[in-house]
Ligand binder design. Structure first.
Ligand SMILES: [Cu+2]
Length: 405
């Protein structure tokens, strides 16, 4: 805890420690208060208490005597972010010099259905209204310039910690925005790979926001694109962006999922549910079945798909049933990809890219191969692949039939 509240950029480490304890204290207070008055999380009180300290940190940053960054040689471009499972328009191999990639994200608090069958819902905390937040793509050496805007009707403050960035809690220390505020953060992408980003307001609010959907991924491509171990170019036809989300939804005494009127009202109940470390749901792209049926991912035989799997909070082991991870980058894109993987690993707090070229038509299930999670908690997506069946790869020689004993 103390380590987290000790960003190198902020000079008064005591204040940061204080900030942590203020929030932890606020959370404890909230718990005590909730016993007397159920569902009275006093979020605004917690925010107000910590507000002065956040402001103090911001002022210190403004007073900094550090040299301004040299932005000569950069070209400014806007990246229009799109909702998952899709990827923004981008180049796989960078043309021209380094860019300043301008993006905008809004911290939207939205009521989402988690499971239609049970009526489970959540006041999701999101970037741009989706779980996961939108996929951002840049190249190594580019700058990402984010405008982060918190709508005036929000209940809570938000910020963003980019695991791909360097310093100030991944930008978390410089991006606290209250309802009606915006800020702009610019950082240089120096490490190629896929990385998670997430909200991290402080204390118990960090897992609370992350477990309400406030996370996503950025892919930092090498300037000359992806390569195999021999340096041969690897090109994909499409991206499937999958965010694994663990939810801890509070239930009432009858085992029904509780409903709440506003974002944040579930704070105390959620903390109790989160303490069990046992998710009620662990879904792909925000809800049970979001990537099956009408939401299924589409491909054709011969097409190469780059599957980007973000899991901000929990470990995951994706497996493509009927296919493989032909090339998998669990670490940096500078490292050689692993090849021919049956199941790969996404460390909680990271994003991983896996590439596969479909060879057979049909429905492929992409699952968390902790199959309890995959089949019972919601961790399943489908790829529907069109094309010609190849009997040389698989053939049903005899269909199921009765046999004589
Ligand atoms: Cu947040």
């Amino acid at each position: 805890m103390t380590k987290f509240f000790n960003p190198g950029l902020m000079q008064t480490s005591r204040r940061n420690v204080l900030r942590g304890s203020v929030l932890a204290g606020a959370a404890a207070l909230t718990g005590a208060g909730a016993m007397a008055t159920p569902r009275a999380p006093k979020l605004h009180a917690a925010n107000a208490t910590s507000a002065k300290l956040y402001k103090a940190a911001a002022e210190q940053t403004a007073d900094s005597t550090a040299k301004p960054a040299d932005l000569s040689g950069y070209t400014r471009v806007k990246q229009e972010l799109v909702a998952p499972p899709f990827a923004p328009k981008h180049e796989q191999i960078a043309t021209g010099g380094p860019k300043i990639i301008e993006i905008t994200m809004e911290t939207s608090e939205v009521l989402m259905v988690v499971d239609e069958d049970t009526g489970a819902e959540i006041w999701a905390l999101t970037y741009n209204g989706s779980v996961p937040g939108p996929l951002i793509i840049c190249h190594e050496g580019d700058m990402v310039e984010l405008t982060l805007r918190n709508p005036v009707d929000s209940q809570m403050e938000h910020n963003i910690d980019f695991h791909a960035s360097t310093g100030a809690l991944g930008g978390g220390g410089l991006t606290h925005v209250y309802p009606g505020e915006e800020c702009v953060l610019r950082w240089k992408a120096t490490k190629p790979g896929c990385f998670t980003y997430h909200c991290a307001p402080g204390g118990a609010m960090i897992p609370y926001h992350v477990c309400h959907g406030m996370n996503g991924a950025i892919m930092v491509l090498p300037r000359d694109g992806l390569k195999d171990k021999d340096g041969n170019q690897l090109i994909y036809d499409s991206i499937a962006y999958i965010g694994e989300q663990d939810y801890y939804l509070p239930m009432d005494e009858n085992g029904e999922y509780r409903k709440y009127d506003t974002a944040g009202e579930d704070y105390t109940d959620s903390l109790d549910a989160m303490r069990t470390l046992t998710p009620t749901h662990q879904v792909f792209n925000g809800a049970v079945g979001a990537l099956t049926g009408e939401g299924a991912l589409k491909a054709k035989v011969g097409e190469t798909v780059l599957m980007i799997h973000n899991s901000c909070n929990v470990d995951s082991r994706p497996h493509l049933i009927g296919g493989h991870g032909e090339y998998v980058w669990e670490s940096s894109f500078s490292d050689q990809p692993m090849t021919g993987m049956e199941t790969w690993f996404v460390r909680g707090g990271s994003a991983v890219a896996a590439m596969y070229t479909f060879e057979q038509p049909g429905v492929y299930a992409y699952v968390n191969h902790n199959l309890i999670i995959g089949a019972m908690l919601g961790g399943t997506a489908h790829f529907v692949v069109e094309g010609e069946w190849d009997n040389a790869l698989m053939e049903q020689v005899v269909a199921p039939r009765e046999f004589e004993a």
